[in-house]
Write a protein that binds this ligand. Sequence first.
Ligand code: CP3
Length: 321
Amino acid sequence: MRQAGRYLPEYRSLRAKAGSFLDLCFNPEFAAEATLQPIRRFGFDAAILFADILLVPYGLGQNLWFEEGEGPRLEPITDILGLEKLQPGKVLERVAPVFETVRRVRASLPKEMALIGFAGAPWTVATYMIAGRGTPDQAPAREAAYRDPSFFASLNALLVEATVGYLDAQIEAGAEIIQLFDTWAGSVPADLLEALVFQPTAQIVGALRERHPKVPLIGFPRNLGGRLHAYIASTGVSAVSVSSSDVNNALADLPAKVVVQGGLDPSDLVKGGAALENATRELLKAARGRPYIFNLGHGIVPQTPPENVARLVEIVRSASA
Ligand code: CP3
């Protein structure tokens, strides 16, 4: 999950120095620093590259900016003409600073600490490309998928190819684990899941496995509910990261050999105290008997007191010692 960000004073000052959020993402020295800040403070077992899932649309040539205090904005692409203006051949060149960040982070991390690279899954990235922003349920992309299936199929093919190249380059630069964020998987109607979520993810997993058979690929299909098992079977991911609404059923129902990650509600991290302690211990108890990677069910929110994160690390380490 996102572990860097505005809840850390040192991030806020780095962000102010960098200028815009995108300037921060594309400055390897600063982005490496943003990656390492939470590691230095909390000593997590793994670092996640500081970047954003929307760097792929940027790399394709779509205009992208971040509205202060609101979130990402893109010039919406809603038809095949919009796609034709993109330049898939330019992606790796346009996002090249990200690979330099990976190299720098890998060189500064202790050997035993893993570096996670990532990208958005095609569906989630498509929702932002089509709506031009985050919306409560990403309805514009869903409507586009029904209205114009051939546009959507072209967009998916484009995103699969760009994402494979982007992740392959991260691995070549030193990323040892890959996570695919499908934040909006839960908003896809059942009849479209196969085409919009499972297939494109399976294609990315298949292509990366062929090139890097040993790199674990974690999928995060947020709020997929009862379809998690089908997701794992169809996509072939090595592990599944789950949201706080999915975690209880996932830990109870998924076969014991399935590697599960995550699930702690980020709002428990805001509350701290007994609420945090109880939720954490319950999660660890429910995960007993299966391979489990402790993590949140979604990213750390800006109002989180950093000392609660430190306390969480203590609780988890003492429980699993
Ligand atoms: O901890 C890390 O360094 C991980 C880096 C990371 C970011 N975004 C940096 C970021 C990761 C893994 C992401 C993924 C991401 N980005 C997702 C998928 C996971 C999720 O959280 O659902 C999505 C949907 C995005 C798109 C995006 N980026 C949104 C919707 C926003 C605005 C939300 C907000 O909190 O402002 C961003 C901005 C963003 N990306 C921030 C960070 C640290 C916050 C901006 C800032 O702090 O300056």
